[in-house]
Design a protein around this ligand. Structure first.
Ligand SMILES: Nc1ncnc2c1ncn2[C@@H]1O[C@H](COP(=O)(O)OP(=O)(O)OP(=O)(O)O)[C@@H](O)[C@H]1O
Ligand SMILES: [Mg+2]
Length: 259
């Protein structure tokens, strides 16, 4: 088992794409405190890569990749990485039948972080990310998709304390994606985020382009992309306001007050 310590970086050694050809990117490191956006068309292998990292793949997945962590932690045996990675996956459902309060209390207890405060803080943080508030007595099974993801993000930030964070398409969760990203990035962890969202892609330190199941290229923002980031942010905010109004049944008006 791994003992959780401060992770310096995760290293990915390339394997093969869907056709069995070697990946163009042979080796990739993601350092603590840095973010990597994983981009590419639907089916290009973004979730597969996240899953490889989560499993600490060792040539035992379809891609044949090897993923390792470099940390101050000791490792022994052939640890399965339990507790090492917090993954917010694309498809999410709770298999536990209980209340939000009970789930968070049990999880906090299992991480030696028990106490009323941490449960309340986690619910409060989750509610700052989603529209309809989550109540402590709500059954996990009745939470909406967005509420579940908001709860998991707050859990990742405050309870799970995992040193590596993986996020799959946070933009489709119906929650405040920028606030969620800032909550998660505030800790000094390597963050890997699969996304189709232009703003999230441009905000990441680097982006990994996936193609046909393989890691194709690693890019950093060009000077032009850095220049237009504020403009993209402005357009994104505009779209957020339009979405907010339409979702609440507020008619869009010609005057600038609403938008
Ligand atoms: N290197 C690979 N070798 C073999 N199979 C792969 C490889 N990469 C991805 N796959 C398989 O291809 C399918 C699509 O991959 P994946 O779900 O990762 O795509 P995605 O980029 O996340 O798509 P989306 O944007 O729709 O979420 C999956 O069944 C996955 O297991
Ligand atoms: Mg996917």
């Amino acid at each position: 088992m791994f003992e959780i310590g401060i992770i310096e970086k995760i290293s990915i050694i390339g394997g093969q794409n869907k056709d069995g050809m070697g990946e163009n990117v042979r080796e990739l490191d993601v350092f603590a405190g840095s973010s990597l956006a994983v981009v590419g068309p639907t089916g290009s292998g973004k979730s597969e890569l996240l899953s490889d990292i989560e499993q600490m793949a060792h040539r035992d997945t379809p891609s044949g990749r090897v993923v390792s962590v470099c940390s101050g932690a000791q490792s022994g045996g052939d640890g399965d990485g339990d507790g090492l990675v917090a993954q917010l996956s694309q498809k999410m459902s709770f298999i536990m039948d209980g209340t939000v309060d009970r789930f968070l209390s049990l999880h906090a207890e299992s991480r030696n972080r028990s106490g009323r405060d941490i449960v309340n803080d986690t619910i409060e943080m989750a509610n700052s990310l989603c529209g309809e508030p989550i109540k402590p007595g709500d059954s996990l099974q009745v939470l909406s998709g967005g509420q579940s993801r908001a709860l998991m993000i707050a859990d990742i930030a405050l309870i799970s304390n995992a040193p590596v964070v993986l996020i799959d398409e946070i933009e489709n969760a119906g929650i405040n994606k920028l606030q969620a990203l800032s909550v998660i990035s505030s800790s000094n962890k390597p963050v890997v985020i699969a996304t189709h969202d232009p703003l999230l892609i441009l905000m990441a330190d680097r982006r990994l382009v996936m193609k046909n199941g393989g890691m194709d290229r690693v890019l950093v923002s060009t000077d032009y992309e850095k220049d237009i980031l504020d403009e993209v942010r402005r357009i994104d905010l505009y779209m957020d306001k339009v979405r907010y109004c339409l979702r609440l049944g507020i008619a869009l008006q010609g005057d600038a007050e609403v938008i």
